[in-house]
Design a protein around this ligand. Structure first.
Ligand code: NIG
Ligand code: FE
Length: 472
């Protein structure tokens, strides 16, 4: 970007008096992915892949909100830039809404890589759990960890989400499994939300597992969740959602229904770990309860999926989990698209079954393993994920009025993301209109001419950002 671009442009268009002032302008994009077609709500069926691509676009932002996302010439004519405008040069890259990750267990004390190795030797996930490993191991570690240690881990994790382009995460409790420890988890999430840029949507998951001290007394634990944990969480408005691990050997349909009904009565909305390993009717329950999402769904039945389709329950698919567990199958995404179920994608970031913060990795797996198209996957990771958190009118699109949560990628096209996997293409991240992360452009874009893979040439070697210099 040339010094003084902003002011020169505003003179060219006849002064800036009548035009809104841009606090930040992202220019030089090869493609803007607006996700802005097809009315309100999540996209499904054929529309699941409606990216709303604008070639050669720009985005202008004021007071934390997008004021224009259109072709660059139109944006520059509509908005006034001056010395106070932060200019972000996308350098011929792709500009998209920041990823919304609708399913994470990001607050934990310790990693569990030894279990990963055991699983690769053939020991199933549920067997490790039955022996007191799995979630139980994370519960022991969580209870022993200091607040400071948990916060430090949470900060590290959130920084990793951000640098991979994620600007909103859902985050579950569920490694505390007592009134005191579940409340502690949600309070720590609230603290993390206040102190760093990634927005956090908190979910209460007291019914993640039956804690060891309640072994053989599951009914008593379910009563504690309903009669003590939910009221304690609701009293301080600590969670927007309640989730249950509704799975054979964990919480059955009746227990899950009772917990969810109590949470709904206390003002929480519902999302469910549903039919991850075996069909237990959890997809049906999600539809019955009008849940905002049913997640995993590898083993969901056709009947359960039909009910989800009728109720427009969003399927949150987590292909990183089947990948990391080494499962031979994945969720039936193609069938879901056929049935008109809106699909969102998430990481499931957790120390047991899926240790990643990377939505780009998840998109790559969605394309190669779930056979979703690149277009469907991008929509699933942004707009539909935002809808699954009740935020579809606020984020997940590049559209006027939407929160300016934006990721800039150093790559020529949106299809490039799943194709060039295992490395980070994010060059800049903007949250609420503030540039909060920048990375040097990767080797993808270093060469001045990229005729071989169709890239346009670029001017700088970084996501050139500066306040436009005053005109002189
Ligand atoms: O979504 N399935 C249950 N919960 C997580 C795993 C949590 C853990 O293993 O720590 C999941 O896969
Ligand atoms: Fe999970």
């Amino acid at each position: 970007m040339r010094e003084g671009d902003g002011p020169r442009d505003s003179h060219a268009a006849g002064g800036s008096l009548s035009r809104p002032h841009a606090d930040l302008l992202i220019h030089g994009a090869s493609q803007l992915l607006t996700m802005d077609g097809g009315g309100a709500g999540p996209l499904s069926g054929r529309a699941q892949g409606a990216l709303g691509v604008i070639e050669g676009g720009a985005v202008a932002v004021a007071e934390g909100r997008i004021i224009a996302a259109r072709r660059e010439s139109e944006v520059r004519a509509l908005c006034a830039c001056d010395s106070r405008t932060t200019m972000v040069d996308a350098g011929g890259g792709v500009v998209a809404p920041g990823f919304v990750d609708p399913h994470t267990h990001l607050l934990f004390a310790r990693s569990r890589e030894k279990e990963f190795t055991e699983r690769l030797r053939g020991v199933p996930y549920m067997e490790i759990a039955a022996r007191g490993g799995g979630i139980h191991a994370s519960v022991r570690a969580f209870r022993e960890a200091t607040d400071a240690a948990l916060l430090a881990n949470g900060r590290r994790r959130l920084a990793a989400f951000l640098i991979h382009g994620t600007t909103t995460v859902e985050a579950k409790s569920g490694y505390g499994l007592s009134v005191e420890q579940e409340v502690r988890a949600l309070k720590l999430l609230r603290k993390l939300r206040a102190e760093q840029p990634v927005d956090i949507v908190p979910t209460f998951l007291g019914a993640h597992e039956v804690p060891i001290e309640f072994r053989g007394r599951k009914g008593a634990y379910v009563r504690q969740v309903i009669e003590e944990q939910i009221p304690a969480v609701a009293a301080e408005k600590l969670a927007r959602y309640c989730d249950v691990f509704c799975e054979r050997g964990v919480f059955d349909i009746e227990e899950s229904r009772a917990i969810c009904r109590a949470a709904m009565a206390a003002g929480m909305r519902i999302r469910l770990h549903a039919d991850e390993f075996s069909p237990s009717g959890a997809a049906d329950l999600a539809a019955e309860l009008g849940a905002d999402s049913a997640d995993h769904l590898l083993a969901a039945t056709e009947a359960g999926l039909s009910k989800m389709s009728r109720m427009k329950v969003i399927a949150v698919l987590l292909p990183g989990t089947s990948y990391s567990l080494g499962l031979p199958r994945h969720a039936p995404a193609r069938r879901m698209v056929e049935m008109g179920i809106p699909i969102a994608l998430g990481t499931d970031c957790n120390p047991g079954s899926c240790m990643t913060e990377s939505m780009p990795a998840v998109i790559s797996l969605a394309v190669t393993q779930l056979r979703m198209t690149a277009e469907e996957s991008w929509v699933a990771a942004t707009r539909n994920a935002a809808c699954s958190l009740g935020l579809g009118k606020d984020r997940g699109r590049l559209a006027a009025g939407y929160r300016a949560d934006i990721a800039v990628f150093d790559m020529p096209t949106y299809e490039y993301l799943p194709y060039h996997f295992g490395v980070n293409h994010v060059s800049a991240v903007i949250v609420s209109g503030r540039l909060v992360a920048e990375r040097p452009h990767s080797t993808n874009g270093k060469a001045p001419k990229r005729a071989a893979d169709g890239r346009s040439s670029r001017r700088g070697s970084g996501p050139a950002r500066r306040a436009a210099a005053s005109s002189r």
